[in-house]
Write a protein that binds this ligand. Structure first.
Ligand code: ZN
Ligand code: ZN
Length: 180
């Protein structure tokens, strides 16, 4: 999604569009891929753009569907992620010139990014936003029982008898000795 600075009226404007999920999946590096995460379907984006002089205020809401693997029971499931961000975009200061006077931002917690030309490609920023929303660990539901540590059964689907047959904890070291 490319916006032109000039096209943003002072009173602001809204944009809704879809971003392809391909680049997002490309950016999912080793560690995240190990967690079994994969975006499925485009990112739905809604932008609120406003401008004060050359400073652009972007409010964005993103929604995307992710295919995941539960960290506890290893079942695949789908997750809808959504998040809202606010950031300001300002022209990159020219290093050859004296530093410009600091401009007060209306909100202190705002992320600031710089742009160089009259046209700004928002796609990488939107991708960043989505990737930041990814949880470090996903579980299929709050009360997922996971896999039995001993027999590997998915305890959400069937109970196993391992817990019942649990050995006396004082003998546990011996049991481990046998297993390995
Ligand atoms: Zn689970
Ligand atoms: Zn078991």
């Amino acid at each position: 999604m490319i916006i032109r600075v000039e096209d943003i009226p002072v009173q602001g404007k809204q944009e809704s569009f879809l971003e392809e999920d391909g680049p997002l999946n490309d950016r999912l590096g080793g560690e995240t891929t190990d967690l079994g995460l994969r975006f499925s379907g485009p990112i739905r984006v809604r932008l609120d753009l406003s401008r004060t002089g050359r400073i652009i205020l972007v409010k964005s809401r993103v929604e995307v569907r992710v295919q995941c693997t539960c960290a506890r029971c290893l079942d695949p499931f789908a997750l809808n992620l959504s998040s809202e961000f606010k950031m300001s975009l300002r022209p990159r200061p020219d290093p050859r010139l004296a530093p410009p006077e600091e401009v007060e931002l209306s909100r202190e917690d705002l992320e600031t990014d710089f742009y160089e030309a009259e046209e700004i490609d928002l796609s990488p920023l939107i991708q960043d936003q989505v990737l930041l929303t990814l949880p470090p660990k996903v579980i299929c539901r709050e009360d997922c029982l996971g896999l039995c540590q001993r027999c590997g059964k998915n305890l959400n689907r069937e109970a196993c008898r391992c817990a019942v047959a649990e050995v006396d904890p004082r003998l546990a070291p011996l049991k481990n000795f046998r297993v390995h």
